[in-house]
Design a protein around this ligand. Structure first.
Ligand code: HCI
Length: 394
């Protein structure tokens, strides 16, 4: 049997991680995988996470199964964080999932179950795992224009034009904030226009939100998702706690299915629980319990929000520093977009040969599509990167 297996394409992001590890150079710079790193290059456990873990260690009395949907308190806390009071709780079905990837996977499975002929419209570009999982599930995907190679902002006219090729029942996948891999995001006027189009054409909205708090702030980053969730007939939201709680390896995500008809919620909830059961029975609990403990305790929540805000501001500072250095060295404003982008990533818009040159000649590792992880930089490496970018001729 095993001899029938065929090698599968590697994930480009994870393959680059491996390549970086194997590079013996001391001065190499890792701008690859989307993991936050502080100025010392460390991905720290957040203070509130440590405190919550200590509390759980002391107080937890059982590790018996939770429920197929995970602990309902986790869903309640996360719904509050993401949606605030924008949607009545009675309209929301939600399950814990293994990370944001797990939430995306379950969302795609639910789409396929409910409408096997639905196509999923994804931004060009989008997170590679979206396409990989959709293809694996045999779901048809269509790319809509998103990134403008000239301005390095959103090609909004192109996006709307392409979304006008949807048919009723198709799904539009949107990044809630901090678009991965480009860093270019919709403003609220544009979100409203997308909502209008979704409603006019009878589409289903899906939002992947994996970087809430990394862009303009915890509340600000949720505005697009809140507008969509409160204005459309049906919507799926896949959320990740990996980055904003720094609990990457705990696999902590949430999937919501929201309907403007509360009478639909029980069936949606049962379907999500069924999908969890088919794939892994119970979702992981530790990360979810840590997140719940933090969100439901005023002091822990305040400390978490403070630390997250420090992380966000440090990335904004690095963006501005890099944009300033590039302006100085290139003698032009053509890299101003670096300061305009939001979140962990920016797409430089460099040709693959130049990305390779940066890696081979300068030991600078970014994804082949020229996505760089801003958090991989520090005050020392910003000028080194800026010099290399200008030197290779981006
Ligand atoms: C990213 O770098 O885009 C996010 C981190 C990630 C990368 C590959 C698989 C899962 C998560």
């Amino acid at each position: 049997m095993f001899e029938n297996l065929k090698p599968q394409p590697a994930d480009k992001i994870l393959a680059l991680m491996q390549m970086y590890r194997e590079d013996p150079r001391d001065n190499k710079i890792d701008l690859g995988v989307g993991v936050y790193k502080n100025a010392e290059g460390i991905t720290p456990v957040m203070r509130a996470v440590k405190a919550a873990e200590k509390r759980i260690l002391e107080e937890q009395e059982t590790k018996a199964y939770t429920g197929l949907a995970g602990d309902p308190a986790y869903a309640d806390a996360m719904i509050g964080l993401i949606l605030g009071a924008s949607v009545p709780r009675a309209n929301i079905a939600a399950v814990a999932t293994p990370g944001g990837t797990g939430a995306c996977r379950q969302a795609f499975e639910m789409i396929r179950m409910a409408n096997p002929s639905a196509r999923v419209f994804v931004s060009n570009p989008t997170w590679p795992n979206h396409l990989s999982i959709l293809n694996y599930l045999g779901i048809e995907t269509v790319q809509y224009r998103y990134f403008d190679d000239e301005t390095r902002g959103v090609d909004f006219d192109g996006m709307i034009e392409d979304l006008k090729t949807t048919k009723a029942g198709d799904v539009v996948l949107l990044h809630g904030c901090c678009h991965n891999p480009t860093g270019a995001n919709l403003n609220m006027v544009q979100w409203q226009e997308v909502v209008n189009l979704i409603n006019e054409r009878g589409l289903v909205a899906m939002i992947d939100i994996a970087y809430q708090g990394f862009g303009d702030g915890l509340e600000e980053d949720a505005q697009g998702a809140r507008l969509v969730a409160s204005s459309v007939k049906e919507c799926l939201i896949a959320a990740s706690c990996s980055k904003n709680f720094g609990v990457y390896r705990e696999r902590t995500g949430l999937l919501m299915a929201i309907s403007n008809d509360a009478g639909q919620t029980a069936l949606n909830q049962a379907t999500l629980a069924f999908l969890n059961r088919q794939n892994y029975s119970f979702p992981p609990d530790h990360g979810a319990r840590v997140v719940t403990t933090i969100l439901n305790d005023d002091a822990l929540r305040a400390d978490w929000a403070t630390e997250l805000e420090e992380v966000r501001l440090s990335m904004l500072g690095l963006r501005q520093h890099l944009a300033d250095e590039l302006q100085r060295l290139a003698g032009s404003d053509r890299f101003g977009f670096v300061a305009q982008h939001r979140g962990m990533f920016s797409r430089l818009g460099a040709a693959p040969e130049l990305v390779e040159k940066l890696r081979v000649d300068h030991g600078i590792y970014m994804i082949g599509d020229s996505r760089l992880n801003i958090a991989g930089l520090n005050a020392t490496t910003v000028p080194i990167l800026a010099k290399a970018i200008v030197e290779v001729g981006v």
